[in-house]
Write a protein that binds this ligand. Sequence first.
Ligand SMILES: C[S@@+](CC[C@H](N)C(=O)[O-])C[C@H]1O[C@@H](n2cnc3c(N)ncnc32)[C@H](O)[C@@H]1O
Length: 272
Amino acid sequence: MRYDPSFYDGAAVHYRYGRPAYSPRLEALLAEELSLDGSGRLLDVGCGPGILTVRLAHLFEGAVGLDPDPAMIAEGRRAAREQDIANITWIQARAEDLPAVAPGPYRLVTFGQSFYWTDEVRVAEAVYDMVEPGGALVLAGHQAEGRAVPPSPGPPRIPHDEIEELVRKYLGPTRRAGQSTAPVQALSLQDAVASTRFGAPRVIFAAGIPDLMRDIESVVSGYFSMSYAAPHLFGDRVEEFADEVRELLRQRSPEGVFWDWPGDTEVMLARK
Ligand SMILES: C[S@@+](CC[C@H](N)C(=O)[O-])C[C@H]1O[C@@H](n2cnc3c(N)ncnc32)[C@H](O)[C@@H]1O
């Protein structure tokens, strides 16, 4: 797929505030699975605002966060500075430019909800050559389908179906991405990795946060952080859209509090 610099135009500032966090067990799971001991290096590809980079950097001697979107990189840099994390190098580049832009070796290469944006098989093959023997490729994301839903902590769930309907009202029935429409995946992530020298990945789950609460503004930000509802797509109607979402949310929860259940964190792990 051809990279379009406007995919996440205006989204970066909404990302950390709007997106639900991965499982709090993620670091422990990876440390255990890969015997991480503070040595070796991490490469986080499609790092966005450094979500995995910042969370995992302490498990390595050094980490690299790579993303083609300069605003995402700026947010990652800011988060690392705020948390006094000094062992991350930030690189503005596409996964398809690997290995030249961030040569190995790496103990771990991660893609958090970003592998599907890349030329998957070609990129995974390049990554294979960059990973040290015994190292791994990890794809991380939320997975609600097929996972047990925890008991409700009380507040209503985010009315995603109704908000999606509003997105369609403003942007039309076909999912947008940058100047065009959203990519169609030819292979599942699992099959794409399985077709490379890594072979079939193991799928492991880390329990999601069962009682994640979100306020109205963070739900709005969550939508603006998505490529298919990024602020630039709405043009001069962006505030009109946001106000309509806020109004809908106030109707569904007069207290303005919602329960978010994005699911457990799915980790696809492939060893070299
Ligand atoms: C959904 S965000 C994921 C951010 C973060 N990794 C996380 O786990 O939340 C997807 C990111 O992939 C990046 N991206 C898009 N195309 C890419 C490519 N060809 N190579 C590397 N990253 C890409 C986008 O700029 C965006 O920051």
